[in-house]
Design a protein. Structure first.
Length: 135
C-alpha cells in the first residue's frame, strides 16, 4: 500500500506539471493574466517544485518506504497513476478547440516524460542509502 501511495503521489506531481501545460488556455481564461506572465509564473513554480522534490523524494523513501531497494519500483509505477489523472483531466475538462498548436509544450513534455523516471530513480536510490537520521 505504501509503494502504491508514493507512486500515486509521484504520478500526481507529473500530472500537475503536465496538466498545467496542457490546460494553459483554461488557466489563462480563469485568471485573466497575460500569456507571458502566466507562462513565466508556471515555469517558476515548476522549477521550485522540482527543486523541492530533490529533498522530498529521498525523505519519503527513507521514512515511509524504510530505505528498501524495492522502493526503486516507484520509478516505473508512477506512470499508471499519471495516465489515470490525465484521462480524468480529459473527461472533466475536454479541449474543444483543436486548432491550438502548442509545439513548445510538446517538446517540454517529451523531455519531462523522459527525464522524470530517471529523476525518481536517482533520488529514490539516494533515499535508500540514507540510513542515518538526517535533520
Amino acid at each position: 500500500m505504501k509503494i502504491n501511495g508514493i507512486s500515486g503521489l509521484y504520478g500526481l506531481f507529473a500530472f500537475l506539471f503536465f496538466g498545467s501545460l496542457v490546460s494553459y488556455e483554461h488557466t489563462q481564461v480563469l485568471t485573466g493574466f497575460n500569456t507571458e506572465f502566466l507562462w513565466n509564473a508556471l515555469i517558476g513554480v515548476k522549477t521550485i517544485i522540482l527543486c523541492a522534490m530533490f529533498y522530498i523524494i529521498p525523505m519519503v523513501t527513507r521514512k515511509w518506504l524504510e530505505s528498501r531497494l524495492w522502493s526503486l519500483f516507484t520509478s516505473v509505477l508512477w506512470f499508471p497513476y499519471f495516465v489515470l489523472f490525465t484521462i480524468l483531466l480529459g473527461i472533466l475538462f475536454p479541449n474543444k478547440n483543436l486548432d491550438n498548436d502548442n509545439f513548445a509544450a510538446g517538446l517540454i513534455l517529451f523531455f519531462y516524460l523522459f527525464f522524470y523516471p530517471v529523476f525518481i530513480l536517482v533520488t529514490t536510490f539516494i533515499g535508500t542509502r540514507l540510513k542515518q537520521k538526517v535533520i
